[in-house]
Design a protein around this ligand. Sequence first.
Ligand code: ZN
Length: 236
Amino acid sequence: MNLHKLILTNNACYKAGKTITPKGIMVHSTGANNPYLKRYIGPDDGLLGKNQYNNHWNQDKPDGRQVCVHGFIGKLAVGSIATYQTLPWNYRGWHAGGAANDTHIGFEICEDGLSDPAYFSAVYKEAVELCAYLCKQYGIKPESPTLICHSEGHKLGIASNHGDVMHWFPKHGKSMDTFRADVKKLLDAASPETPTTPKKYYRVQLGAFSVKANADAMLKKVKAAGFTDVFIKYSE
Ligand SMILES: [Zn+2]
């Protein structure tokens, strides 16, 4: 994950200053063909590039709307993919249009034309990594209803009626089920509690002798044959 931070301190949502205890994550996508982060985040930090229309979300009511999210995933000026945190994770965001604002961290994936598999796989991977990071930090389970997209939130009655991200993910063979599974896979791989398989040894025995001299003779023979890691073990 390529995580940066630019808190949208001029946004009315930030200024409201309400906090939550994050219990879930809601995945959004922007619904507009513009993959560049500078569309939503400003001022230019030298990586984002300049928003020439100055219509980013670091203002009181972007596009006249009461809206703000905790992060965005999209393109930097040079075209590489990054995540920007835009609200403290424990601030109450204005992203769900419903009760999920009181429980869920919300972030947007910047949409392109929805048909480029390279862009999709890059932002999907970035989103999986961001969610694994947040799940770990807040003890959030990568399952429904704690890790959902906006359209799933609507079905659960905790978000407004939007189609994101299920109008996009299936075009590239993905869904929120694959997404949750991928986040879980990443968490399991990173978890220090993952039990490691105990080491097993397979021993080769070449003989058992009642007379020590015979055992010594066998040991000598085996060593002469080039095996160095051999020994005699005495047991009754
Ligand atoms: Zn949404």
